[in-house]
Design a protein around this ligand. Structure first.
Ligand code: APR
Ligand code: PHB
Length: 401
């Protein structure tokens, strides 16, 4: 059975980018269809990061999907940057004009957005196979796919490629137009979810001669902890006791509470890569999120970049449909990329200054400590750090392109 329907924006991918785009466009009175290759349970249980910038929190609250975030999320107004055995606290509220970050797991964000979407009955196709994209250089592109009820063709005005790094959208941009910028880092993170309260109620980034360590949380009694490890390591290389002893050695600071051990519920390796594709649009295709860029997890920017992109895309599409003004759509890629490169700069600067690189000698180690001292003692650097960590507002980039 083949069904042909029409919508305004066809969205490929039901990750944070696709779902938030669908929601913001719904609030703007613009129709969308979302096509996702996995099932609902898979996307709602996929464990990822969990730090939301102020702009992401505002987008969720202002668009009406922020209730659970405000009741179950944890607001963090401080970060502790540890090195040379000492804590250095930066207060975001003071340094970034009242802005903070919230810890709220990405899969909870996905759950809230799926519930909202199905709540207003917007067309959403899970377990779609063989998704194809057509006619991007025409005024009426379409997507096709096979689903539970047979084959589908959806005519639309625009296709939003929100299908992540391994999706099909980016591949629609011809090779002679597409430019890729990337860097692989010579280490990874071994991360655990442990059923024990975090030693303190703030995010801790620790630079140590033995490597990086990070304290985060998923609740008052759930710690999310990471240590730097070689890229070749697997969870088998990190039995629980080794994780705890290494984590404690690296995170320790004078007068800091000792992290208590607890049952490790989940353990996994996170790769470290920076990736940007340019342009982020081709004809009637607009890319958002991981389909266009990847950041290393230092700075917890992946989810927030995706939300930033779809806020910029929503503004452009609303201008197109309300005022028949295509100018913001033409500038979509440049507007996003101006912000993307600033976020890449921050995430890789943190990556460089908080990790031990195999090829580094003692001079580089001293340079990293000097840079961390600069970040935590120069008022200007502290403000810049806090502004970047709490998130550069998308509005800053509206008139740059
Ligand atoms: N057809 C349909 N859906 C697809 C296809 C396809 N060919 N390929 C991928 N998808 C779906 C995936 O199953 C996934 O649910 O697209 C979705 C992409 O979601 P994410 O990978 O979460 O990407 P994005 O929405 O951009 O969110 C970025 O997710 O990976 C984290 O760290 C990253 O936090 C960042 C955030
Ligand atoms: C997390 O809470 O999982 C987290 C926090 C900070 C990061 C990365 C991940 O930089």
């Amino acid at each position: 059975m083949s069904t042909k329907t029409k919508t305004q924006v066809a969205i490929i991918g039901a990750g944070p980018a696709g779902l938030m785009l669908g929601h913001l466009l719904h609030n703007a009175g613009i129709d969308t269809v979302i096509v996702e290759k996995k099932n609902r349970q898979y996307i709602e249980e996929r464990i990822r990061a969990g730090v939301l910038e102020q702009g992401t929190v505002n987008a969720m609250v202002d668009s009406g999907v922020g209730d659970r975030l405000l009741t179950e999320g944890l607001e963090n107004e401080n970060i502790d940057i540890r090195f040379s055995g000492t804590s250095h606290r930066l207060n975001f509220r003071e340094l970034a004009g009242g802005r903070t970050v919230w810890v709220y797991a990405q899969h909870e964000v996905v759950k809230d957005l799926v519930a909202a979407r199905l709540g207003y009955d917007a067309p959403t196709f899970f377990e779609a196979t063989g998704v194809g994209i057509h006619g991007l250089q025409s005024d009426s592109p379409s997507i096709s796919f096979s689903g539970e009820a047979g084959d589908h063709v959806i005519d639309c005005d625009f296709v939003a490629g929100c299908d992540g790094f391994h999706g099909i959208s980016r591949g629609m941009i011809p090779e002679d137009i597409l430019r890729i910028y990337d860097r692989e880092y010579p280490f990874a993170w071994m991360g655990v979810l442990a059923e024990v309260p975090p030693a303190s109620n703030e995010i801790i980034y620790a630079y140590h001669e033995r490597g990086f360590a990070l304290q985060s949380m998923r609740g008052h009694d759930l710690s999310r902890l990471y240590v730097q490890c070689p890229v070749t390591d697997t969870v088998d290389d990190w039995p629980d006791e080794r994780f705890w002893s290494e984590y404690r050695a690296r995170i320790a600071a004078r007068d800091s509470a000792l992290q208590r051990e607890g049952p490790i519920l989940q353990k996994g390796v996170t790769g470290m890569r920076s990736f940007v594709c340019e342009p982020m649009q081709y004809g009637r295709l607009l890319l958002a999120g991981d389909s266009a860029h990847i950041v290393p997890p230092t700075g917890a920017k992946g989810l927030n970049m995706a939300i930033g992109d779809v806020q910029i895309m929503t503004r452009a599409l609303a201008a197109y449909y309300r005022a028949n003004d295509g100018e913001l759509i033409e500038k979509y890629s440049d507007t996003c990329l101006n912000r993307v490169w600033q976020v890449q700069r921050f995430a890789s600067m943190l990556c460089y200054n908080l990790h031990r690189f195999p090829e580094h000698n003692q001079f580089e180690h001293k340079m990293q400590v000097a840079e961390l001292n600069n970040i935590t003692h120069s008022r200007q650097m502290m403000r810049s750090f806090a502004e970047n960590f709490t998130g550069l507002p998308v509005e800053l980039f509206y008139d740059l392109a």
